[in-house]
Design a protein around this ligand. Structure first.
Ligand code: SAM
Length: 248
């Protein structure tokens, strides 16, 4: 058997490419890339020659592609899987082939590296002992409100991905869901020249977004609810339940 290797690629700074990624780019029999042009661009910046066959593996063809790539692995090939930036499978293609490889009993490994989740979490200055990754903030207003409301009592630090053109609406939704006083960090352009982390309460960060709209790629990190907040909320729920009980 060969092997499937998921490899993280830089999220902005080419220097974050690992030695292992560089070796894999040169040595893999097949490189399955989310966008082949971006793969060649990365290879050029790294000064490496991709010797293997390069194929496209994006969200839309992932499932069909998985089995044909795994047939190659069965035949002895090393298949390197990369996305446009960061860790494959984290809001990027990759999961379909991992699942299918597990089903078929074929080996999968990972060459880890940059991912915006952990970069932002480490820089936010909020608790890191327990956190949850919430992926992209939902686009539709009703979905967004529902998702954020369901997280009202979440005690772990929360990490969200966001697109810059929606940051205004999202900051309003965060304010509505978590109130003005929670601590948060807006991390943008991580590892790039204009990297910036804005830390403060939700109210303060929202104001900064109004005053100076952040451009580029964004990760939002929000503090979890405090024990007091959760106790207050559950006391309210109990009272409601008790009232309902009493009314019977
Ligand atoms: N697989 C990637 C990873 O491991 O981080 C995430 C891919 S997802 C399609 C792209 C989103 O990740 C962006 O919209 C942004 O929220 C976040 N992101 C990626 N690179 C970033 C960077 N350099 N700075 C801030 N956020 C980034």
């Amino acid at each position: 058997h060969g092997c499937v290797v998921l490899a993280a690629t830089p999220i902005g700074n080419t220097g974050d490419a690992s030695l292992r990624l560089i070796a894999l780019l040169q040595q893999a029999d097949i490189v399955a890339a989310e966008d082949t042009r971006r793969l060649y661009d990365l290879a050029r910046r790294l000064g490496v020659h991709v010797n293997g066959r390069v194929v496209a593996n994006h969200d839309h063809n992932e499932r069909q592609k998985a089995d044909s790539l795994l047939d190659e692995v069965e035949g002895g090939a090393t298949v390197l899987l990369v996305s446009d930036a960061g860790m494959p499978t984290i809001n990027d293609p990759g999961l379909a082939i991992v699942r299918r490889a597990i089903e078929r009993g074929l080996p999968v490994t990972c060459a880890p590296g940059p991912s915006a989740v952990l970069d932002a979490l480490a820089l936010a200055g909020l608790p890191t002992d327990r956190f949850c990754y919430e992926g992209f903030v939902p686009r539709k207003a009703s979905d967004r409100e529902q998702r954020l409301r369901s997280l009202h009592n979440e005690m772990r630090t929360m990490v969200f991905y966001e697109a810059p053109h929606r940051i205004d609406e999202t900051m309003d939704a965060l304010l509505a869901a978590f109130g003005p006083d929670r601590q948060m960090a807006l991390c943008r352009e991580l590892t790039k020249d204009y990297e910036q982390v804005r830390r403060g309460t939700i109210r303060q960060v929202r104001q900064s977004v109004v005053d100076d709209p952040p451009r580029g790629e964004i990760v939002l990190v929000i503090a979890g609810a405090s024990t007091e907040e959760v106790n207050e909320a559950s006391a309210e729920v109990l009272t409601d339940e008790q009232l309902a009980h009493l009314a019977q």
